[in-house]
Write a protein that binds this ligand. Structure first.
Ligand code: CO
Ligand code: CO
Length: 341
């Protein structure tokens, strides 16, 4: 059987394939649900994972994430999908433990491709100390892969998206630009190597570097873009957020690719959803807006801390940088403001 390019089989890839946030709210808001006393974070909070009280001061954290490939190499796709799925456990301050795989697999692909995807996932989960304990596979026209991951944490050490306070500094642990660069890569315009390296990097060190520091709130930056995930924290914490454009770091080549119009489709649905929640100065060029609204795949942790803790953190985690700060929302609704230049 001849080699089929994985990305040639998919329409949208990575976290760009997430359904638009506005549609999700329409489908999910106010559904009648049975309540559970033990469920600390569930459906309503739009957090990264569910948090379930298992007693003795411990909680179980569970998340699921899967998507179509953004790279052609099956092992690397497996690694990225695993790093991305596990990230939601780290974004809750948890320790990942076990996982199950979800695979959609086209009959036009040789079965060895499936094995190579799983091999990549096993390598990456191993690096996180996670065991893949089973899974489910169905036949589908588009390949898709991901994991449901279970982790644990001390109940009083869970990072939710609710605790951000005015005065907090916002730290991001990976550069931005994966969505734009992989769009350019698909068109044959960049090698995408640095974006791939970043996407396959676990957020384990990013999480562990916060040991002993007081993280007020946290999430990770994926399909809803830096602005979308910032807004989720602002809304949950009842604060406003200022993103400082000049302090953001992008993977080299992102700006060029954005200027040439390599923009993932999810960028537009993100902006539609965020239109009345985000303020951007009209002086900001379009390609900069593109960079802020574009989906990221397997992005970094977005951590909210006091200024003092943020600086200690930056000393420990060299890839991290300051993305903005938290301000009072006053009598307004929570907002994300971008300061530019
Ligand atoms: Co997340
Ligand atoms: Co997720």
């Amino acid at each position: 059987m001849e080699e089929v390019r994985l990305t040639s089989l998919v329409r949208s890839s990575g976290c760009n394939a997430k359904l638009p946030p506005g549609d999700l709210h329409k489908a999910l808001d106010n559904l009648p649900q049975k309540r559970s006393e033990a469920l600390i974070e569930g459906f309503e909070s739009a957090d990264d994972a569910l948090v379930y009280d298992i007693g003795n001061g411990r909680v179980l954290i569970e998340t699921v994430d899967f998507f179509p490939p953004m790279v052609d190499e099956p092992e690397i796709f497996g690694e990225i999908a695993a790093a991305n799925a596990i990230s939601d456990i780290y974004a809750m301050g948890g320790e990942p433990a076990v996982a199950m795989s979800l695979m959609c697999f086209p009959s036009c692909l040789d079965i060895s491709v499936m094995r190579r995807i799983i091999e990549g996932a096993i390598r990456k989960t191993g690096e996180a100390g996670v065991v893949i304990a089973g899974g489910h596979t169905i036949s589908d026209r588009e390949p898709k892969f991901g994991l449901a991951v279970t982790g644990f944490a001390e109940k009083d050490k869970v990072w939710s998206n609710k605790g951000a306070r005015a005065g907090d500094v916002i730290v991001l642990t990976k550069k931005l630009g994966t969505g734009i660069l992989m769009t350019a890569h698909k068109a044959g315009e960049t090698d995408g190597r640095e974006a791939v390296e970043q996407m396959r990097t676990l957020n384990r060190r990013a999480k562990e570097s916060a040991d002993g520091l007081d993280v007020h709130a946290a999430t990770d930056v994926t399909g809803f873009s830096l602005l979308g995930h910032s807004y989720e924290v602002a809304a949950a914490s009842e604060v406003s957020i200022v993103i400082d454009y000049s302090s953001l770091q992008f993977i080299p080549g992102t700006e060029n690719a954005a200027r040439f119009g390599f923009v993932p489709e999810g960028r537009y649905t993100n902006e539609d959803y965020l239109e009345d929640k985000v303020s951007i100065p009209s002086s900001m060029p379009l390609y900069c807006r593109d960079m802020l609204f574009s989906p990221e795949t397997s992005g970094g942790l977005l951590l909210f801390m006091s200024e003092e803790d943020a600086f200690s953190y930056l000393d420990r985690m060299e890839s991290a940088f300051i993305a903005g700060r938290v301000v009072e929302k006053g009598s307004e609704r929570p907002r994300v403001q971008v300061s530019f230049p």
